[in-house]
Design a protein around this ligand. Structure first.
Ligand code: TYD
Ligand code: MG
Length: 460
């Protein structure tokens, strides 16, 4: 037996592979659990995984021509944007997300839209019966010309049917529930997911089919199955949101055909997902006026600025250790900013509970929201509201300096469009006589910002 056709032993949790049986050392290190390694026979037809190049030989770069019309716009603007301007023929797009977040819904709606511009579209449901999908389609008002539905889990059967059906787009819902019968392991196992992904890649590239895969996520929020799946596909999108809020965000985390960090915003309603063309307005809809502790910040997602309301509540701590409860922003970041406020603005926050929240279930990961967190906290502590038509922007350093942020013009333009009249921004962003669509005040330190927005810091 040569090394090539020897079995490997693989961890079904993390994909760790070993030539010998036993338990997974990686999982033991990470979680302390003993996960047995499962024997895997070498998969057949491994050599045929890569898509054949039409010429079958290397080509001079200059001689390679790009074909026009390789992109198909689905007509769902928010989806097209995240994909980089439509879906590319022959590309493989993986959509991950929590159960029930709306992956099947968004793909059924995308399939309908694609069926209008590039029929036929084949929707392979490996999780739900045809009747279940039909019920969803009825709910979404999808009549389904050009859209073929197939409840099938055997990927080789799907492959065999492709010649007949000749779909221009294919949806596989989900990659964890389809299987290749020639492999011994169960659907959803590392081997199956990897081989099915590879097979679909070959088919997508070889036949020029735009292919969408649904992927499940683990408790930790990572895509379940082998990491190699993420490397294999062209585009990885995450569909996220909170189940008790209606809005959903589609986020590109990898895209060979467009920029990442681009987002599309949808609202889940009675009849499926509706595009939210003006997400800032959506997030600010219930903003209170004249309330202390509320500050509007701008978070730049890809090419799109998103205005969000940050809320802070500071209350006297009733027990020994004061509480810091944080939703939608980074916990450590908040602790750091509270320390800056305590030390440099003299606010005795060590005796106060502090709660910070992004209203509407939003999320900010950018340091540009730092100054907003600081000001919201100070505003609540001092019980003085920040003017409601004011945007607050800036990264805060440990010495209390306010640092420049990227994309300032875009952010201010969005704010002006939504009726904001002024903004407090880092001083380094306003040097050089730049023109802005609203009244801008540059600040260099947290102290300056407190002065500008709340009429000075606390004195105890
Ligand atoms: P689904 O697309 O099945 O989620 P996933 O494939 O990610 O598991 O969506 C399921 C949820 O969406 C379910 O809780 C019902 C809700 N939903 C609506 O609110 N409106 C609708 O029109 C549809 C189709 C679903
Ligand atoms: Mg589903």
């Amino acid at each position: 037996m040569t090394a090539r056709d020897a079995s490997v032993y693989r961890c079904q949790e993390c994909g760790f592979a070993s030539p010998k049986p036993g338990t997974c050392p990686d999982c033991k290190r990470a979680t302390g659990e003993l996960v047995p390694l499962v024997e895997e026979r070498p998969a057949p037809s491994r050599g045929a995984r890569r898509a054949p190049t039409p010429q079958g030989r290397p080509q001079v770069l200059r001689e390679i021509t790009l074909e026009r019309g390789d992109r198909v716009e689905t007509g769902i603007g928010e989806l097209d944007r995240v994909l980089g301007g439509g879906v590319v023929r022959g590309s493989l797009v993986l959509i991950g997300g929590d159960p029930g977040i709306g992956k099947s819904t968004v793909l059924l709606q995308a399939a309908r839209a694609l069926a209008k511009v590039a029929p036929p579209v084949l929707y392979v449901s490996a999780e739900e019966s045809a009747a279940q999908v039909k019920m969803r389609a009825d709910r979404l008002g999808i009549a389904g010309d050009g859209l073929l539905l197939w409840a099938e889990t055997d990927l080789s059967a799907v492959q065999a049917a492709l010649d007949d059906v000749k779909p221009r787009a294919l949806v596989v819902d989900s990659i964890q529930t389809v299987f290749l019968p020639e492999l011994e392991s169960a659907p959803g196992s590392v081997t199956q997911v990897r081989e099915c992904g590879g097979r679909l890649m070959t088919l997508a590239k070889g036949l020029g089919i735009a292919t969408f895969l649904v992927g499940h996520v683990t408790k930790e929020g990572a895509l379940a199955g082998p990491r190699v799946l993420e490397h294999l596909v062209d585009t990885v999108l995450y569909f996220e949101g909170e189940s008790h809020h209606a809005y959903r965000i589609l986020r590109a985390v990898k895209n060979r055909f467009g920029s990442t960090n681009e987002i599309g915003v949808f609202e889940m309603g009675e009849r499926g997902l509706a595009e939210v063309k003006n997400p800032s307005g959506f997030f600010l809809a219930e903003r209170p006026t004249g309330a202390a502790g509320s500050v509007i910040v701008s978070s730049l997602e890809g090419t799109r600025p998103l205005l969000l309301e940050l809320q802070a509540l500071v209350a006297r701590a009733s027990f020994g250790t004061p509480r810091r409860t944080v939703l939608g922003v980074d916990y450590n970041r908040v602790c750091l900013l509270l320390a800056v406020l305590e030390k440099l603005a003299g606010m005795p926050l060590a005796s106060q509970d502090v709660f910070v929240n992004v209203a509407g279930g939003g999320r900010v990961t950018e340091p540009a929201a730092d100054l907003g967190i600081v000001i919201a906290t100070a505003s609540s502590y001092m019980d003085r509201p920040v003017p409601g038509d004011m945007l607050v922007l800036g990264e805060v350093g440990l010495t209390g300096e306010v640092r420049a942020v990227s994309g300032i013009e875009m952010r201010l333009k969005e704010a002006a469009a939504l009726g904001f009249r002024g903004a407090v921004v880092p001083r380094n962003n306003v040097v050089g006589g730049a023109k802005f669509p609203l009244e801008v005040r540059g600040v260099a330190t947290v102290g300056d910002a407190l002065e500008a927005l709340l009429g000075g810091g606390a004195t105890g």
